[in-house]
Write a protein that binds this ligand. Sequence first.
Ligand SMILES: [Zn+2]
Length: 379
Amino acid sequence: MTAHHRKKTSGPQRHKSVGSLRAADFSRASSLARVRASKQTVEGIDAMFAIGGLVRNRRGEAVSGVRGGRFDHAVQEWLAGPAPQPVIAANGAAWLPIPGWDFPWLWSGFSTRSGGLSRAYCAEDARGELNLGFTAEDLRQAVSANRRLLAEAVTGDPATPLIALKQFHSNLVVRATFADAGRERPRRADGQITDEPGILLAVQTADCIPVIVVDRTRRAVGVFHAGWRGTVKRIAEIGVGRMRLEFGSKPEDMVAAIGPGNSVCCYAVGEEVLSEFESQFSYGRELFREVDDADVVRRKYPMLFLTQRAPGHSPIGPSLHVDLIEANRRQLMDAGLSAESISVVGGCTQCHPELFYSHRGSHGRTGRMMAIIGISSRI
Ligand SMILES: [Zn+2]
């Protein structure tokens, strides 16, 4: 490391701050800082620093950061939300209906991992799970049985045809018909739409964001798989466009739901993802946060943890997180849907491993959940 670097690490402002701190206070702050973060702890230290006459900068933030000032800052635990409450069907399948969507002609919901026959991703003594993807680790008959359980949970009939896709992070949207239920191999696409009653359309996810769109007036539906790549390729916006084209749907008649996925609390990404979003969306930058996975005391009072490393070269520090739920919400609004018509069911797949499969959380070895949508054949 060069002298130049060292100079940058400990700027004059920090020296000034530390200089006015009494030794006893510093010692107390340091020991407090070792406690795992909580807002209370920080408030305590805030109060103590106020007594010590320490000067903070204008924004009330510590002077630090790899990308200082470029993004909104947050701490992981402050962004993490509670898990949505699933409904347990009579057959044991746990799934998430969409609050407020009580159209009698509509089948809709998001599955969870809970309640099924799959044994591939749970402890030996645990109950079976609801893996819905034909993954390498799981038995085909267990997955097929799980798909029937989900169809029964949502439609009342386990024989309701459920049409899945071979997804590849594209923005390709296909129009599905009853004939697709009989296919040996699923079609390659990342979204599907229909106005035919009696079939369930599905996308599979295990961190990516599932988006469901419904035209209440013309009774047409669509479901889309939006990971970061699909989101950059505007699959939700394109999906709404296809529904307008195929069914004459109008945005003011549409409602949408965004399901569980890896959320801004957990979804750390590289700078290349930021570049992609910035190149495609005027609001691209607003979708990103700098998130401290380390504790909050460390973030607010970095002078307590000064190292000899140059900025950006310390293992301590914020990582860049992207908010794909907000990204898809913005796309639906750009497609003409009102903010009120979009329900965020949410639920972070990585924060809630008891309820959801997470590709990242399980280092790639995981099951799949489904978002499903269909028009009832009975009404
Ligand atoms: Zn999370």
